[in-house]
Design a binder for this molecule. Structure first.
Ligand SMILES: [Fe+2]
Ligand SMILES: [Fe+2]
Length: 305
C-alpha cells in the first residue's frame, strides 16, 4: 500500500555506496526534492577527497557514515592518512559517527554507528579507531553507539551505518551474508548487533537500520542478487548498496538509484526505490518487497577483543 502522501510526512532519502557513481542530476534531484535529511552510507570513493567534497558541498541537510573504501589507504598503513583527515574535516558535523542528528519533522533521531566498517569479526585496523575516536575494541564501539542513542531527543531512532549488524542470516544471499572469499557466513558488524540489543533494552525504539557495503550483485553464486530489505521484530533493515548506482535503463539512458523512506511522528510509513533521469527528475518509485525474518536470538556479550 503506498504511503498516504501529505504535507505532514517527512522524507529521509538514502544514497547507497556511491563508488564515484555521482552526477549533476543527483544533485538536482536532491536540491529540488529537498528531503528532510539525505543519508549517505559511505564508500563515496577510494579515499577520494574530491568525491567527499562534492557531497560535503551539497546544499541539502545530510548525514554521512564513511565506508571502508573511504579509508582504504589508512587501513593499509594502520594510521589515518592526510586524505582521510581532510575528508573528515570537510564533512565536519555531517559525518555522524557515534553521534546524533535530530530530524524533528520525522519524529526521529538518527544515530551514527561505526564508520569505515569492512564487516566481519574484527575492526581490521583498530589503530584507526583509536586515533580518531579513542576506541580500539568492538565492545567500546558498541558502547559509543549506545551513548549516542542515550543523547537522542526522540524515542524513535534510525541507525545509519556502513555495514549492517550480525544476526540477519549467514547465507550468501542474506542481507549481510558473505558472498566472497570462502562464501557463506554472517558478515555483519558485531558491535552494531550488541548496540541494537542494548538500545532496545533502554526502552528506545529502533525503527530502521540503514546501511550498505554488501553490494546487491553477488560474487557467489555469480549473477544472483541478495535480499536487501528485511524486517525483524518490527525493525526495518535496509541495505542500500545497489552498485553501480547509475545504470542504463531499457531505453539505454542512464538512471540513478535512491531509496526514499517516508516518516510521520517516528513511524516509517513507506520505503521506495526511486529512479532518477539525467535531468534530476523522478522517473519511477516502487515499494520493494520486505522480507519478514523470525525473531533473532539474543546477542551474547562475549566480545573481548
Ligand atoms: Fe561498497
Ligand atoms: Fe564498503
Amino acid at each position: 500500500m503506498p504511503p498516504p502522501w501529505n504535507t505532514q510526512n517527512a522524507s529521509l532519502v538514502v544514497v547507497g555506496d556511491v563508488h564515484r557513481w555521482w552526477r549533476p542530476a543527483d544533485v538536482a534531484f536532491l536540491e529540488r526534492a529537498r528531503p528532510d535529511l539525505t543519508l549517505f552510507v559511505g564508500d563515496l570513493g577510494d579515499e577520494d577527497v574530491e568525491m567527499v567534497e562534492l557531497i560535503a558541498d551539497l546544499a541539502v541537510p545530510k548525514a554521512v557514515i564513511l565506508g571502508n573504501h573511504d579509508a582504504w589507504q589508512s587501513f593499509g598503513r594502520k594510521t589515518c592518512t592526510p586524505k582521510l583527515r581532510a575528508s573528515l574535516e570537510r564533512l565536519g558535523e555531517d559525518h555522524i559517527a557515534y553521534a546524533v542528528r535530530e530530524v524533528p519533522a520525522a519524529g526521529v533521531s538518527v544515530i551514527g554507528a561505526r564508520p569505515f566498517s569492512w564487516g566481519g569479526q574484527s575492526l581490521r585496523s583498530p589503530e584507526i579507531y583509536d586515533e580518531i575516536y579513542g576506541i580500539h575494541t568492538m565492545r567500546q564501539s558498541a558502547a559509543a553507539i549506545v551513548d549516542a542513542a542515550r543523547n537522542a531527543q526522540h524515542r524513535d531512532l534510525v541507525i545509519l551505518a556502513h555495514n549492517g549488524p550480525t544476526g540477519l542470516g549467514d547465507r550468501t544471499h542474506d542481507i549481510f551474508g558473505k558472498d566472497f572469499g570462502k562464501p557463506g557466513g554472517d558478515w555483519g558488524d558485531r558491535d552494531l548487533a550488541l548496540a541494537l540489543q542494548r538500545i532496545e533494552g533502554m526502552g528506545l525504539n529502533v525503527r530502521a537500520v540503514i546501511a550498505g557495503h554488501m553490494h546487491h550483485r553477488l560474487g557467489h553464486p555469480r549473477g544472483s542478487e541478495r535480499t536487501r530489505f528485511v524486517r525483524r521484530d518490527g525493525v526495518l533493515f535496509l541495505n542500500s548498496a545497489r552498485v553501480p548506482r547509475i545504470e542504463p535503463d531499457q531505453a539505454g539512458s542512464d538512471v540513478s538509484y535512491f531509496l526514499r523512506t517516508t516518516w510521520r511522528a517516528g513511524e516509517c510509513l513507506g520505503v521506495e526505490e526511486v529512479w532518477v533521469d539525467l535531468h534530476g527528475d523522478e522517473l519511477s518509485a516502487a515499494s520493494p518487497e520486505i522480507v519478514e525474518l523470525d525473531a533473532g536470538a539474543p546477542v551474547i556479550d562475549e566480545m573481548e577483543e
